[in-house]
Design a protein around this ligand. Sequence first.
Ligand SMILES: Cc1cc2nc3c(=O)[nH]c(=O)nc-3n(C[C@H](O)[C@H](O)[C@H](O)COP(=O)(O)OP(=O)(O)OC[C@H]3O[C@@H](n4cnc5c(N)ncnc54)[C@H](O)[C@@H]3O)c2cc1C
Length: 365
Amino acid sequence: MRAENVVLGCGIAGAFAAYTIAREGGEVLVIDRMTVGRGATPNSAGVITVHLDLEEEVLLAVRSIELYHELARGRELGELGLRNTGFLTIMNGEELDEYSETLRSLGIHTKVYDGRELKEMYPDLVIYYDEGGVWSGIDLVCEPRRMIGALRNIVSEHGARLLKAEIAGVKWGEDGIDYVLLGDGTRISGDRYIVALGPYTSRVTGIQYPHIILRCPAFKFRLNLRGSLPAFEDDVFSSYWRPSNHSTIVGGGYTADFIEDPSEAYTIPGKRHLKFTLKLIKRRFKEEVHPELIEGWTGPCSLTEDLSPIAGRIRGNTYMVEGLRGYGLMLGPALSEAVAMMALGKKPPINISAYSPGRFGHPAP
Ligand SMILES: Cc1cc2nc3c(=O)[nH]c(=O)nc-3n(C[C@H](O)[C@H](O)[C@H](O)COP(=O)(O)OP(=O)(O)OC[C@H]3O[C@@H](n4cnc5c(N)ncnc54)[C@H](O)[C@@H]3O)c2cc1C
């Protein structure tokens, strides 16, 4: 089997790489095992915000949000499992102006609320006397399983061919990948390859780069609410939440376990993580909300040594997008668009040279 462009993996990174190639008029085949519930994307919490620490990542998140809208064009966002909720960061009052100014300097419209205003707006939250919040309106949330299913359908409507298959490995040559070997022995060759296998990248392709894999938990709680809730980051107690359906919230605290193999990533969060998360909820929500655990799950996150993603050319005809840590829904679309544009020999809308795989030497085997 042959295709001009072959994308390995169809999580958030692969889906947007394939979409970009199809949008630019290229012929593209995307291969993914598409096992329900596996991969980082369907197991994520579904927060897509521009409230990130690094300015260059904020700009990537802004571009990613534009791309979600671009992909949804002609449809309601809801058909993609996406919702425009805006996003609030609750933080120490002293940091509000500086934080808001940073976002504004990047072209993001923000509002700053003092603690009294937040208490009125969100009667279920405990807001301490020295706290306030920075709000922006462009941020999205999603139901990740629905979203990735819908994205795959839309990507195929744009002309990408989706192949549900297990990738057994790849054959490397002088100029990058020679062919992709499927589990049933089929060989697939292309002019260019984009590797978007997330935490499975090393195992499947042999590409080497310093990284670790974490098993990250997320939770869904039902709350007895009096008012509405924002999608928010609690910068003071270190947790993040988004509203879901029927008075539920999804998110958690920043805890995780190291794992060796991404297949170990899918379990039920340990008691330690649940206890920790409940502690954070109790600090931020009023007692009357009575959090009731609906479900908890875990998924893989991969982090590079310098914590920045890897996006760019590996060797010759082969490119990759990986190391999206807990921010793949925010950074992945923009990075994948840029990588796909590079692969097609076109100018990416955002300069991603800082994420070049070359910073780790020669990752290709
Ligand atoms: C609990 C949790 C919460 C998170 N919350 C958020 C959040 O709120 N916001 C956010 O931005 N990010 C969040 N993340 C991070 C986000 O999920 C990841 O950064 C992102 O999904 C990575 O996308 P990816 O496309 O690189 O990898 P993946 O989604 O893992 O995609 C890789 C694809 O490759 C396929 N594949 C792998 N091996 C093979 C093979 N041998 N053959 C065929 N196919 C194969 C897999 O099926 C998969 O579809 C969270 C992650 C976790 C675990």
